[in-house]
Each structure stands twice: as C-alpha cells, then as structure tokens.
Design a binder for this molecule. Structure first.
Ligand SMILES: [Zn+2]
Length: 169
C-alpha cells in the first residue's frame, strides 16, 4: 500500500496530504521540493530518479485561513473527536453514542460541536431528556469545536509522519 505524502506550505506549516502520484507531479513541475524521503528508496519519473517522498514543501506560499474554520458537524466527527476521552459523564470507552448535552427537545443545538459529546449507552439512556442540571453530573471535559486542522492532524498521522515534528498536535 502506498502511503499518502504530507504537503507543507512554503513556510513549513503542514497543509494537507496527497497521493504519491500527485506529490511526484508537484516535484517534476518544480512546484514542491522534498523535505523528508523514505530512506534508500527512489522512484523513476520521466527522465530522472527522485527520492521517494514522505514530506514535500510547496515552493509558493498558499493562504491557510481555512484551516481554522470549523468543520461541518457530523456524528462521526464527534465520535472521532472524543474517542480517546471516552464518555463525557463516566469515562467509559464502551458503547459510545452521540449525546446532546442540552437535549434537542429542550432547545439544545442538534448539530453543535459544543453541545454534543460521546456518552456511553448507559449514561445516555439514564440522562434521557434531562438537562445537565437535572441530571446532576459534571462534564469530564469541555467539548471543543473541530476545525480543518484536526482533520489534517489525523491525515498526517495516517501518512506515517509524526505531526509533532511539524508543529501539530
Ligand atoms: Zn458513561
């Protein structure tokens, strides 16, 4: 399986991941340069031999304001965001469900990052339509807004590159 290649901005800030083919195209067109390569491995492209890239850097700077914009809310996004934290009420990592902290029937935002969190099935069932106050249990963590940057951190880790090396996570 070919791993995706991490693309850094001209400023070395991580931007995205692309397929190996796409990364090679950037290199051949001299739109990017290799920053990290797989040791001892090269690939032939057109008329030359280039190191097999793991991380490339764009030659020209691109604007990254979009990275700090919130992502569209999704159940999957909540489950991913809170997977490592577990149930917001008891910490259990079993049977994760998406919980609305302020119930929708009581005016809670149905698709708000900060009104949703992972709760285990038993906690979600017991809380039912109660407000947090009526339920009487504190939140173990504060649900945060997910931005494009979070997606990037996951993608970079999947590409086999340490996000910490490039100032993420
Ligand atoms: Zn629970």
């Amino acid at each position: 399986m070919m791993r995706p290649v991490v693309v850094l901005n001209a400023s070395y800030e991580p931007l995205t991941t692309v397929s190996l083919n796409r990364a090679v195209l950037f290199l051949v067109k001299e739109r990017a340069v290799v920053v990290e390569a797989v040791e001892g491995a090269t690939i032939r492209s057109v008329d030359r031999e280039i190191p097999l890239p793991k991380v490339v850097r764009l030659v020209k700077y691109v604007n990254v304001a979009y990275m700090h914009r919130p992502r569209a809310w999704s159940r999957r996004g909540v489950l991913e965001r809170d997977a490592a934290l577990g149930c917001i009420y008891c910490g259990s990592k079993k049977d994760p469900t998406v919980e609305h902290i302020q119930p929708i029937s009581r005016g809670g935002d149905p698709r708000g990052w900060t009104n949703t969190a992972v709760a285990c099935g038993p906690c979600n069932n017991s809380k039912g339509n109660m407000s947090l106050r009526e339920w009487g249990r504190p939140l173990r963590y504060k649900p945060r807004i997910v931005t494009e940057r979070d997606t990037l951190v996951l993608a970079i880790a999947k590409a086999g590159v340490d996000p910490v090396t490039y100032g993420l996570a």
